[in-house]
Design a protein around this ligand. Structure first.
Ligand code: ZN
Length: 385
């Protein structure tokens, strides 16, 4: 039987290319599903899958039984995935198994959920290709209305209290660790620890009411942080971060307030780029990543807010020097997206440098962090007095 040239090409097209390659290359040629990460948030759960390359995938939510099925085409598993999540409100168990055309991931849910899934590209923080699955409860109209009413009444209660509202913003979180040092020091953890200590201290002050933009290890987009503060009618906004630099010498506390112009020096520019990249690192759907600064801030109100921000920054910096060997690097200005607010003084506190041995020792010590919370609380009280 003779084979025509055309059908020969058809047969050739059906032979997987990898059969002709050495075995080491075969493994590399198939996409690999490497790991699963899990970030529960107050109203949803984010699951993130690490992949060795960009994937073609299909994901959907099913109601009965409640579960999510994700199929990744032309993929293999690097390791078996079978995880149960105790104490988690939405996700019961995640299992992955090889199927004919790739890998299937089944997420057993505790209740019917909505799914938002999207891919993320590799980023400068060292993360590779990922698939993000955002899982949130499927609410009936009635439940939706009840949830909204509850949220609004919580906000109303705060707004009507007559208290001065202080928004505390622990930088980064979830997929975005911020600056890291070794295995144990992560900016997102230190920021949250200081924010929680500060929250506790401000709660004890009569006439003051702290509001947190995040309360756990999950990512909140930059614009959402100011939005939360605005919903609660915050009078001030304090964002907490940890610094890093190329030089070991750089150390001390820096407090930033907003400017619409570029940074004054290279170090500040690098810091601003790093902080403004949080949305990309943390995993905001690409089209939702905002331009760092939109020129909506104008006129006298803006000038007054910026002057007040500078005054708050100066008070806080002076206070923080009371803690141990803490050094001051100064009050600075830059186009930081998270500070974009027309209605309240907003500052970003860089607590110190992981890259400097003295600062690192301070940041790794929970007594120092408690000291920072004490002095920041005093500074906020001074400022609002
Ligand atoms: Zn940061």
């Amino acid at each position: 039987m003779s084979i025509s040239r055309r059908s020969f090409l058809q047969i050739l097209a059906q032979i997987p290319v990898w059969v002709t390659l050495p075995s080491g290359v075969v493994a590399a040629a198939r996409l690999r599903v490497q790991a699963l990460r899990h970030w529960p948030e107050p109203e949803r759960t984010r699951l993130v899958l690490d992949l060795s390359a960009a994937a073609r995938f299909e994901a959907h939510a099913e109601k009965d039984p409640p579960r999510i099925v994700l199929r990744i085409l032309s993929a293999d598993l690097s390791q078996s995935i079978d995880q149960r999540f105790a104490g988690e409100e939405l996700v019961e168990r995640v299992r992955a198994r090889p199927v004919d055309d790739g890998v299937e991931l089944v997420i057993d849910l505790k209740r019917p959920c909505e799914l938002n899934s999207f891919p993320l590209e590799p980023n400068e923080a060292g993360k590779g290709h990922r698939i993000v699955l955002d899982v949130s409860p499927r609410l009936s109209e009635h439940e939706q209305a009840a949830a909204t009413a509850e949220r609004l009444s919580r906000i109303e209660e705060v707004r009507r209290s007559g208290d001065r509202i202080v928004a505390l913003d622990a930088g980064h979180g979830g997929e975005d660790p911020g600056t890291v040092w070794g295995r144990s020091l992560r900016e997102k953890d230190i920021a949250l620890e200081v924010a929680k200590l500060l929250e506790k201290r401000l709660h004890k002050q009569s006439g003051l009411r702290p509001v947190m933009t995040r309360t756990g290890d999950y990512f909140v987009p930059l614009a959402r942080r100011q939005q939360i503060a605005r919903e609660f009618g915050a009078d001030t906004f304090v964002s907490l971060h940890v610094n890093a630099a190329g030089s070991k010498q750089a150390r001390g506390v820096e407090i930033y307030f907003l400017s619409l112009k570029g940074a004054v020096d290279k170090a500040a520019r690098e810091l601003i780029d790093r902080e403004n990249a949080a949305d990309i690192v943390g995993g905001v759907t690409p089209e939702k990543v905002q331009e760092p600064i939109v020129d909506i801030l104008m006129g006298m109100k803006r000038d007054r807010t910026m002057k007040e921000s500078e005054r708050l920054a100066e008070i806080l910096l002076r206070r923080m020097l009371e803690v141990g060997e803490t050094a001051a690097r100064g009050v600075k200005q830059g186009p930081l997206a998270v500070l974009k607010s027309i209605d309240k003084p907003s500052v970003l506190v860089e607590l110190g440098f992981f890259t400097n041995p003295t600062d690192r020792k301070l940041l790794a010590n929970s007594r120092t962090l408690d000291g920072y919370s004490r002095e920041l609380a005093r500074g906020i009280v001074d400022y609002l007095a």
